[in-house]
Design a protein around this ligand. Structure first.
Ligand SMILES: Nc1ncnc2c1ncn2[C@@H]1O[C@H](COP(=O)(O)OP(=O)(O)OP(=O)(O)O)[C@@H](O)[C@H]1O
Length: 374
């Protein structure tokens, strides 16, 4: 019996980490407008989640409901098995950082960071020092927000949000007011800090690059609904819907014709792709989705291959790769973008006007109903 105890204990610990924060059946209207519809989401302890979607899709509303700053019409929120959906914000144990720095302009950095700490003066000073060290701002205690750059102010806001060691960190577009370089550096720092502290984090962003870089899990939203929940790799490689495929990353959208058995042709040439069974015999026109880095340019034509001939229309140099715009010889209105690296076979073939064999690897192509991407 004793032999089993460690296993049981670790299993119990793992199950406590799973679904640590649960949002269940949350809906929200503003007047007649449906801002959130039946949102279900589970977050594991220590996970970094990004709510990603276009402006107005409901990301901030969902974050504010988790924070208790907005009341849901239906559904609930639970944390570590305890329902918190009706509790006031102060009883929910989270730290929050907004897009605008929201620091107190009349308080110095130390007073801003230590604002929520209800400890002795000495203990507060120690904790403030520790937090400023953590966000790389040691020595700025006496400065005022107006004497700091935007990036530094957001670090102070982060230190303030972490001051009481909350179980949950909520971030509402915390980096979007910063210029590109600072934003890039800060998002890496944020990710490292989150890993180091292991604090469960939910960040709202409309910046897909940011979400792909920092998140363990991305929740893609549109029109008040969740379109897909997955790792960055999954939402990029295996988009669950046409919306996700169009919203994240660059892609080729190519017009396919399907026969009643689900055989696909592109510009009259058979294309070996997997057609979702729900589309067979129902949809006769469809679109093939293929990332530019998955398009292969061959350095010679192989008899019996699945390649198609294309004309190189234009080549742009992008440092580590060449981005080529091609048109299919069988239908010059069909344009394909290919990202080709210097170690790829077709790299040297990319000269405008040249005819090249192009392959769309079937296992990398996804098929969606409908003809024209948005
Ligand atoms: N207090 C409110 N009253 C009325 N409508 C609101 C209110 N708050 C949000 N909305 C509407 O609800 C929808 C979702 O807003 P929300 O701020 O959650 O979107 P978002 O995805 O965070 O967008 P953004 O990135 O632009 O902030 C929007 O159409 C918005 O206009």
């Amino acid at each position: 019996m004793k032999l089993h105890e460690p296993g049981v204990a670790s299993e119990q610990a793992a199950s406590e980490q799973r679904d640590w924060l649960r949002i269940h059946g949350v809906s929200k209207h503003f007047g007649a407008f449906n801002a959130l519809q039946e949102i279900d989401l589970s977050v594991n302890k220590g996970e970094f989640i990004c709510l990603l979607g276009p402006s107005g899709c409901g990301k901030t509303t969902l974050l504010r409901i988790i924070a208790g700053l907005e009341a849901q019409d239906r559904g609930g929120v639970s944390m570590a098995g305890r329902e918190i959906g009706q509790l006031p914000p102060a009883q929910r144990n989270y730290g929050i950082v907004f897009q605008s720095y929201a620091l107190f302009p009349n308080l110095d950095v130390a007073a801003n960071v230590g604002y929520a700490l209800k400890t002795s003066r000495a203990e507060k000073a120690r904790r403030v020092d520790e937090l400023l060290d953590l966000v790389g701002l040691a020595g700025t205690e006496q400065r005022y927000p107006s004497q700091l750059s935007g990036g530094q102010q957001q670090r102070v806001a982060l230190a303030r949000a972490l001051a009481t060691s909350p179980s949950l960190l909520l971030l509402d577009e915390p980096l979007s007011a910063l210029d590109a370089k600072v934003r890039e550096r800060l998002r890496q720092e944020l990710r490292q800090l989150q890993r180091k502290l292991g604090v469960t984090t939910i960040m709202v962003t409309h910046d897909q690059e940011e979400a792909l870089e920092v998140a363990d899990t991305i929740v893609v939203m549109s029109n008040g609904r969740i379109e897909q929940i997955g790792t960055p790799e999954q939402v990029y490689r295996e988009p669950a819907s046409r919306f996700v495929a169009e919203f994240i990353g660059r892609a080729n959208w190519l017009p396919l014709l399907l026969d009643q058995h689900g055989q696909a042709t592109l510009a009259g040439q058979p294309l070996k792709v997997r057609i979702p069974t729900s589309m067979i015999g129902v949809n006769f026109s469809a679109s093939a989705f293929c990332r530019p880095e998955d398009v292969r340019i061959e350095n010679r034509w192989e008899v019996g291959s699945d390649s198609m001939m294309a004309v190189v229309e234009r080549v742009d140099f992008h440092g580590g790769l060449r981005r080529a715009a091609l048109t299919l010889c069988a239908d010059r209105t069909i344009r394909i973008i290919a990202d080709v690296g210097p170690n790829d076979a077709g790299y040297a073939m990319l000269e405008p006007g040249r005819r090249v064999p192009v392959t769309l690897p079937g296992h990398k192509v996804r098929v969606f109903p409908g003809t024209s991407p948005c």
